[in-house]
Design a binder for this molecule. Sequence first.
Ligand SMILES: Cc1cc2nc3c(=O)[nH]c(=O)nc-3n(C[C@H](O)[C@H](O)[C@H](O)COP(=O)(O)OP(=O)(O)OC[C@H]3O[C@@H](n4cnc5c(N)ncnc54)[C@H](O)[C@@H]3O)c2cc1C
Length: 444
Amino acid sequence: MLQRDIVIIGAGAAGLFAGIWCGRTLGAQPRRVVCLDGAKKLGAKILVAGGGRCNVTHHIVDEQQYAGSSRNAIKKVLRRFDVDQTIAFFRERGVELKREETGKLFPTTDDGRTILDAILGSTRHAKAAIVHPWRVASVCRDGDGFIITRDTPAALAGEAGFVGIDTDDEVAAVSELRAARVILATGGKSLPRTGSDGLGHEIAKALGHTITSRVFPSLVPLTIDPTHWLTKLSGLTLNSTVEVRTQAGKKLRSFTNSTLITHFGLSGPSILDISRYFTDAYLDDATTQLVLNWLPNHTPQSLDALLIDASRGSTNKLTTKRWLTEAGLPERLAEVLCIQAALIPGSLVRELTRDQRRTLVDLTAQLRVPITGDRGYTYAEVTAGGVPLAEVDVATMQSRVCPNLYLCGEVLDVDGRIGGFNFQWAWASGYVAGISSGATAHNA
Ligand SMILES: Cc1cc2nc3c(=O)[nH]c(=O)nc-3n(C[C@H](O)[C@H](O)[C@H](O)COP(=O)(O)OP(=O)(O)OC[C@H]3O[C@@H](n4cnc5c(N)ncnc54)[C@H](O)[C@@H]3O)c2cc1C
């Protein structure tokens, strides 16, 4: 049976990076490292990321921006390949990154293809071959190594459509392959049409790993009932604070950022970031609430005090709607909030009853949004859950339960906030898996 030293399953961000560093560690020897991918077109996520601009990393990356397996373990991996190394890696390939106000780093070309081409160029230099579509159906243990079985017919192989790919015709022609070492880089379940559909979890389980009891879409828009009044404001975007709270009012997590109202519910950076924490808390307790403050500079108490202040004076002609817009709300929202507070159009601030004032403050600064669910993996940027980091030696990314198996990227139980953190995890964990598997193959 055809054999390769290192077979990487999945040629996404993590798998390609692992391939580069394996190849470099082995001194760019051909026919030793091969990346297999089930997709016809490579790098789908790199190309769609950041609205097509690819948010490669963040100016400041630390473990606090991640959830999942222990932050300490995440930190150990992140520090092995940091933001400066990411910048240097792309610079070496002629790609400059620019930092935006938010701290996110993008290629100066504003085009994700620049990033993908740079990575593919590096795999070629490192003599790591890429064969696709070569979808892996199963991986079985065979002595110290593995037998990898394909589920796409061999006849489909050899459609590499990118300049800069070194393929491996021998691997492309077979349906079974032996590997001395395997790097599992199959991603999670988000955006399944790109090929990341969770089969990697099954492969990991078949090799002795567990998967966290919870696996769910993260960085995902949240849904509300389509008849809810908020959906009438579809298209509205504004900076707000979103908070996960227990029914008793305990604040669990909050984010302040842009929030977008859509016909199905809520989206935008604040919602994507909170979605992970909301779902996790909701799975613990279905009474968990999502609370929205349209005026992040105010608390309900400070807003109430402001409203009382604005109502003083018997000849005061200030309308409630005007007061809301002066406080910073867009007119459309101000109008809808007045309607929801059952106020007649043009009602004056000084005429508000105590109950009306409190209702208005609640709608503005602590609106409980009845979330019905999320938009699922098709719209999720990442997957929460996966193989626990405790089952991996983070110094090498080698499995603790299956020798010669390495894991990297989103298949692991690590998910970051929006802002480039997920790619940085893919680069760092792919780097560690690549150099450590390469070093053991070199010494074998
Ligand atoms: C719409 C969108 C936008 C995003 N934007 C950003 C962003 O701007 N910044 C950021 O940091 N992160 C972003 N992310 C998240 C980021 O893309 C992922 O975290 C990252 O790509 C994970 O890398 P990975 O290599 O682990 O997995 P993936 O990129 O999912 O790659 C896994 C690969 O494995 C292959 N595969 C799976 N199963 C098999 C199998 N059985 N056989 C062979 N091949 C297989 C798949 O075809 C795929 O190519 C975004 C994600 C999405 C969906």
